[in-house]
Design a protein around this ligand. Structure first.
Ligand code: NAD
Length: 449
């Protein structure tokens, strides 16, 4: 049976949760404090780029199972279960900034009237639930009943709707029977996957350790990738050779520019701070961070070796988003690459199928920084092409046309999108990561002056 659900925060996690819970039959009231976001969503216009989101948003708005509002009381009056999906960005010292979580907790505390189950879906450090509970209790007074539970979200941007509707597992962290049974009622009838039922603190820790483990896998293969370059070995073959072992698994073993986005870097650094705050040595995780930070340096060193002088060189950049099929640029390599190449005096032509507008707001165009609408426009007369995101569109480009448009057909590929032999045959000087035997330096087909 459908339940009334309130959601605070309609970013990537909150909007997909809202649409997904409405789709499986619940009645959802989603709150965001940004009136523009609420107006657009109420109008049926997605505020983020996610495959499948538009269809579900329209259908559930029309069915009356989903509504958006800026007024917290709309969610409080219509829902027994309230999800916190606000942002928990990193602070300068690496800890999670929990001010948005506190703000919503205060709002709930002021408006509590009858039992509510408050559920952390935002990724938060262990023991955040204690502070949510304390904040609400101080404002609401002892007569009001409520529980605080944790239900971390594991969706991946780019396939968020599918991940939400068909998850690998659902983790429910609850310290009372009432909270646990409400969350089971919400999920069990509609989702066919293992449900891991734990304490609140365990659930909080599961999410941060999951992301830190994924980050560790990526930094591990990137470390191996550097060794492959020295030994004349292809890291993709090593990754395949180890990944077929089910104890290792083949996912998250793609060498390249490392991990980015709004979750892995922040959750890793937040876990490090939690562990160190509890006196636990997590030097291994610090090394995972260090390896990741060095990936962009390595790519830019290759570019500089290929071009010698960067000043006044025209460089096409493919990929602004931190990964394909999203417009999210948080933690993306483009954020490091664009200012550094611009600062070195290069002329940049930036193309991404979905995310250029977001970068444009941070780095407005000027006479040496242009945002263009197609891949071919970006590479016209370029001295080099640098690939930062593995969009499928880049993989399937007409390479002959790309090479013929460039001033010098040099490609520095941070995502190992192409086979080195294929690029050599197409006349490119091709640099990728972790393919020791496979970096070809050929005579350019033609050079315009
Ligand atoms: N993005 C992901 O792929 C993903 C996946 C799993 C978990 N998470 C976690 O979910 C949380 C949210 O992430 P996100 O990427 O959706 O963040 P986001 O920044 O995209 O969205 C947060 C939203 O909350 C709104 N907000 C802030 N304060 C508010 C308030 N007081 N009342 C109502 N709305 C408010 C903001 O306006 C914004 O729209 C984070 O903790 C993140 O780690 C994110």
């Amino acid at each position: 049976m459908g339940m009334g659900v309130g959601i605070f925060g309609t970013g990537y996690a909150g909007l997909v949760t809202a649409v997904g819970l409405a789709e499986v039959g619940h009645t959802v009231t989603a709150i965001d404090k940004d009136p523009d976001i609420v107006a657009r969503l109420s109008d049926g216009t997605p505020t983020i780029h996610e495959p499948g989101l538009q269809e579900l948003l329209t259908a559930n708005l029309e069915a009356g199972k989903l509504r958006f509002s800026t007024r917290a009381e709309d969610a409080m009056s219509a829902s027994k279960i309230i999800f916190l999906c606000v942002g928990t960005p990193p602070r300068a010292d690496g800890q999670a900034d929990l001010s948005q979580v506190e703000e919503v907790s205060r709002t709930i505390g002021q408006q509590l009237d009858g039992y509510k189950l408050i559920v952390e879906k935002s990724t938060v450090p262990a023991r955040t639930a204690y502070w949510i509970d304390t904040t609400i209790r101080r404002l609401a007074g002892p007569e009001h009943e409520f529980d605080v539970a944790s239900n971390p979200e594991f969706l991946r941007e780019g396939s968020a709707v599918r991940d939400f509707l068909r998850p690998d597992r659902i983790v429910i962290g609850a310290d009372t029977d009432r909270a646990r049974s409400l969350l089971l009622d919400l999920y069990e009838p509609n989702f066919d996957c293992p449900i891991v039922s734990t304490s609140v603190t365990t659930a909080e820790l599961i999410k941060q350790t999951a992301n830190s483990f994924l980050a560790t896998k990526i930094s591990f293969i990137n470390m191996v990738s550097d060794l492959c370059e020295e030994l004349g070995v292809d890291v993709a073959t090593v990754a395949r050779g180890i990944g077929l072992d089910p104890r290792i698994g083949s996912h998250f073993l793609n060498a390249g520019l490392g991990f980015g986005g709004s979750c892995l870097p922040k959750d890793l650094s937040a876990l490090i701070r939690v562990a160190e705050g509890n006196g636990v040595d997590v030097g291994m995780l610090r090394e995972v961070e260090r390896i990741n930070t060095a990936r962009v340096d390595r790519l830019l060193a290759k570019l500089e070796r290929a071009l010698w002088v960067l000043r006044n060189k025209v460089i096409a950049l493919f990929g602004v988003a931190f990964k394909p099929d999203t417009d999210d640029i948080r933690g993306a390599p483009s954020l490091g690459v664009v200012p550094r190449l611009h600062g070195a005096g290069a002329c940049l032509r930036v193309y991404d199928p979905a995310a250029t507008r977001k970068l444009e707001r941070l780095y407005p165009p000027d006479d040496r920084l242009t945002y263009v609408d197609s891949a071919f426009e970006a590479v016209r007369d370029a001295h080099a092409l640098v690939i930062l995101t593995d969009w499928e569109e880049f993989r399937s480009l007409d390479l002959g046309r790309v090479g013929s448009l460039m001033r010098t057909p040099i490609v520095v590929d941070g995502r190992n999108l192409f086979e080195p032999a294929q690029m050599q045959a197409a006349g490119f000087e091709y640099y990728s990561l972790g393919r020791g035997e496979a970096t070809f330096r050929t005579e350019p087909k033609r050079v315009h002056v």
